[in-house]
Design a protein around this ligand. Structure first.
Ligand code: PLP
Length: 403
């Protein structure tokens, strides 16, 4: 359906002509009977594919038990999932929300409150990086700083400054500011085009945070919950944050967000300082716990790394054979970006013609985000379709077309 005066929905999304009906594993069926190989994975959400039996079972059982009671009461699933996130990460404390943007809001508030209770209320500024994406609330569009998301929404929320990505000198100069509270960075910029922050850059931000008494916040909304072959992407760099925002894969398709922090960083978040009606709801917690049952099981992440290597090697071979069509293959684990020399939208359109789904990203990149339990055979099938899409485009390469 195209947007028109009788379309009841806000025109905010330009949706593809693909009406989704049901999913199973890596497959997504449409109302008109098409069956797509889904390497969009709900934009890094469906970490276990569609309708994973363990998740379905957990949700059904919880649905028959208790849906909602509010955070006025203790919810055992929250404590359980919180403890598991703590055990699997740098963190000591967790706050549950419903989305990535809300997890970021909590992260930003946590950093500012830390300075507040430390007696430095003048420190509120969050230093972020060009190309970042942190969500669509008023604070998170200000954090991302991208004009296209800020336009028309009034003055940007105060207290965010964007710095050049991966530029430690610029970071050092900004860190010295009297009002600075924290750095906020994605270990790999997802929407920004699968651009990895070099490990030495993250290590440099960690060192600057210590030197200037700042907090380091990682946005792992897209990169977390096994996506890069580690539970959190920061493990690849060996640099731990003070605060981390998670969402997307944490619920495997059920809306869940979480803000993780060290006990010290979380110390300003006292009773009444923050809240949510739905965050940590029993349904969400049941599914989140079920996701972790699978993702944290022995050998699961090792298998993700194996499959990811197979996929990346196949894409590298495609690049070798079509240097005129493929400029670069990048990313970590199953967050893979392919930068074509033709517009990414043209490739995505050809992929759809071959009944395969992939997501666009900035910098003219195509993102492949299959479920983490995608099989070697499914990756091979995906490669056949990718090869077919590029074969369609062969002879039509023109770098000047690139968007
Ligand atoms: N941060 C990052 C890195 C993201 O990729 C996204 C969503 O794409 C968000 C934050 C916002 O998450 P949500 O759309 O759940 O609010």
């Amino acid at each position: 359906m195209t947007a028109s005066h009788d379309d009841p929905l806000f025109a905010t999304f330009s949706r593809a002509d693909i009406r989704v009906e049901r999913g199973e594993g890596v497959w997504l069926r449409t109302t008109d009977g098409r069956r797509f190989l889904d390497f969009t994975g709900g934009i890094a959400v469906n970490v276990l594919g569609h309708a994973h039996p363990h998740l379905v079972d957990a949700l059904k059982r919880q649905a028959e038990t208790l849906w909602h009671a509010s955070n006025l009461f203790q919810i055992p699933g929250q404590e359980q999932l919180g403890q598991r996130l703590v055990n699997a990460s740098f963190a000591d404390k967790v706050f549950f929300a419903n989305s990535g943007a809300e997890a970021l809001e909590c992260a930003i508030k946590t950093a500012r409150r830390w300075h507040h209770v430390e007696g430095r209320p003048e420190r509120f500024r969050i230093l972020t990086f060009e190309g970042a994406f942190h969500g669509r609330t008023l604070a998170t569009i200000a954090a991302g700083g991208q004009a296209k998301y800020l336009e028309g929404f009034g003055p940007p929320v105060e207290g965010f400054t964007q710095l050049p990505f991966a530029d430690l000198e610029a970071a050092r100069a900004a860190a010295a500011g009297d009002d600075v509270a924290a750095f906020l960075v994605e270990p790999i910029q997802g929407e920004g085009g699968v651009r990895a922050a070099p490990p030495e850059f993250l290590a440099g931000l960690r060192a600057l945070s210590e030197e200037f008494g700042l907090l380091l916040i990682f946005d792992e909304v897209q990169t977390g919950i096994g996506r890069t072959g580690r539970f959190f992407a920061y493990e690849n760099s060996g640099v731990a944050p003070d605060i981390l925002a998670s969402a997307k894969g944490l619920g495997g398709g059920f809306p869940v967000g979480a803000c993780l922090a060290t006990a010290d960083a979380a110390k300003g978040m006292t009773a009444g300082s923050h809240g949510t009606t739905f965050g940590g709801n029993p349904l969400a917690m049941a599914v989140g716990n079920a996701v972790l049952d699978v993702v944290l099981a022995d050998g699961f992440l090792e298998e993700v790394r194996r499959t990811a290597l197979q996929f990346k090697q196949s894409l590298a071979s495609l690049q070798d054979r079509h240097p005129d069509l493929v400029e670069e293959v990048r990313g970590e684990g199953l967050l893979i970006g392919l930068k074509p020399r033709v517009p990414n939208t043209a490739v995505i359109e050809r992929l759809r013609a071959h009944e395969m789904l992939a997501a666009p990203a900035g910098d003219n990149v195509i993102r492949f985000l299959p479920p983490l339990n995608v099989t070697a055979d499914e990756v091979r099938l995906g490669m056949e379709r990718i090869e077919a899409a590029f074969a369609d485009l062969d002879g039509r390469a023109d770098a000047s077309d690139a968007a």
